[in-house]
Ligand binder design. Structure first.
Ligand code: ACO
Length: 383
């Protein structure tokens, strides 16, 4: 439950402004997301992920030369260091889920840095590029190893998204699929003071380094109340099977006290604007690439039913569709397994986390809230 304690102290920092940022703004009442000055609907589909990363890291969209330079710099750093690949192999051998493999592998990415503790703006920018370059390679390698296949070496001549799909499937993807993934990563690149971004900023505020901060952020993203929802969204659609089953299925879940994944948001009280962008991407993938819109059409019907039933069973809570609902469809349409969905989210959000680390390092102020002690006092140790 969100809200306040009995004497009106905010729980979980609800409603507390914990930082000033130039990265993004979430207007939950009007369903508007501003990223570096642009509304999401203005950016999504019009800029590449690398351009959006430049917007966050440098405060403006890049010139043509800057875009080419950044794209090249990221493309040439995609290969994994030996130690990182070893950790990915071990994680796959033990059957660790992709998000855990990513967290473990990310931690190793400081091993080949000349000075891992350097938190100067130059070092932060270099590390941001390196992390964004290698996250997709880690996930692709882990996915193939889990399937008993050898990882495929990255190619520098493909876009970040196209190369990821190439490393997973061993062939160049349909350009519409590569664009869909790129738009997805732009859509989730940053989102105000969400839990994982806050975690990254808390770590950076201690003057700890970029790799440490982003490793911590991955741990925060993993949970189902944050980034871990789209896998269960797909399970739900597959379980519902046909529009007729939607209402009894949803009512049954709610009666059992369970939440409907892909709905509700701490900040948005209207439809999440990212759901708008991603539903269009999912529809295009269904029509133009898969030539099968069955799942998309089912999702639309299920969305309508869930909204109606939530309004009935949980009146006044304003539970609307969030980003994860159509994320599930986009990632599924790319041929990815639900277990990788949250790690795919991390690939996009990594650029936003890095931007916040840069901003927090520049601010150089320790984040250290207070807690209210509610335990006993004056106890004595029995002798
Ligand atoms: N299904 C059913 N009921 C819900 C849902 C849901 N998806 N979300 C909230 N509620 C209900 C709660 O049970 C609660 O009901 P009550 O007043 O009868 O106790 C009420 O709505 C308020 O719930 P809170 O937990 O206080 O709302 P909060 O703002 O903290 O929750 C959250 C936001 C965690 C996202 C929640 O809506 C949820 O669990 N959604 C499902 C998981 C999900 O989709 N997560 C992805 C979020 S998007 C992202 O982080 C990228």
């Amino acid at each position: 439950m969100s809200g306040t304690t009995s004497d009106a102290k905010p729980r979980g920092l609800d409603g507390v402004v914990a930082a000033q940022t130039r990265m993004s703004h979430v207007d939950g009442q009007n369903g508007v997301l501003i990223i570096g000055g642009y509304e999401l609907k203005e950016l999504a589909g019009k800029v590449t992920f690398e351009e959006a990363a430049h917007l966050l890291w440098k405060g403006r969209l890049p010139s043509k030369e800057e875009k080419d330079e950044l794209t090249r710099a990221i493309a040439t750093q995609r290969a994994l260091p030996v130690n990182t690949l070893e950790v990915v192999r071990e994680a796959a051998k033990k059957g660790a889920p992709p998000i855990d493999a990513l967290r473990m592998a990310c931690a190793t990415l400081s091993l080949d840095l000349r000075n891992p503790n350097d938190i100067s703006p130059g070092a932060d920018f270099d590390n941001a590029k390196m992390l964004v370059a290698r996250f997709p390679t880690i996930i692709a390698a882990h996915t193939r190893l889990l399937a008993g296949q050898e990882p495929i070496a990255p190619r520098a001549d493909l876009s970040l998204a196209a190369n990821f799909l190439y490393m997973i499937f061993g062939k160049e993807p349909d350009p519409i699929a590569a664009k869909a993934l790129d738009v997805y990563w732009v859509t989730v690149i940053d989102h105000g003071m969400n839990a994982s971004t806050f975690a990254a900023r808390v770590i950076a505020s201690t003057r700890s380094d970029m790799v440490s901060a982003i490793t911590g952020a991955i741990g925060a993203l993993k949970g189902p109340l944050h980034g871990g929802a789209p896998g269960p969204v797909l399970d739900m659609l597959l379980d519902i099977k046909s529009a007729d089953n939607a209402e009894p299925w949803v009512r049954n879940e709610l009666a059992a006290g369970r939440r409907i994944m892909g709905f509700g948001h701490r900040v948005y009280k209207v439809r999440d604007p990212r759901a708008e962008v991603l539903s269009a991407v999912a529809e295009e993938m269904g029509g133009a690439v898969l030539h099968d819109k069955h799942l998309f059409d089912l999702a639309r019907e299920v969305e309508r039913t869930v909204l109606r039933v939530l309004d009935d069973v949980k009146p006044g809570r304003n539970l609307k569709t969030n980003v994860e609902f159509y994320t599930a469809l986009v990632l599924q349409s790319l041929g990815l397994q639900p277990s990788t969905f949250v790690a795919m989210f991390a690939c996009g959000r990594c650029a936003g986390w890095a931007a916040h680390v840069i901003e927090q390092h520049a601010e150089d102020h320790l984040i250290r809230p207070m807690s209210e002690y509610i335990g006993p006092r004056g106890l004595t140790v029995p002798r």
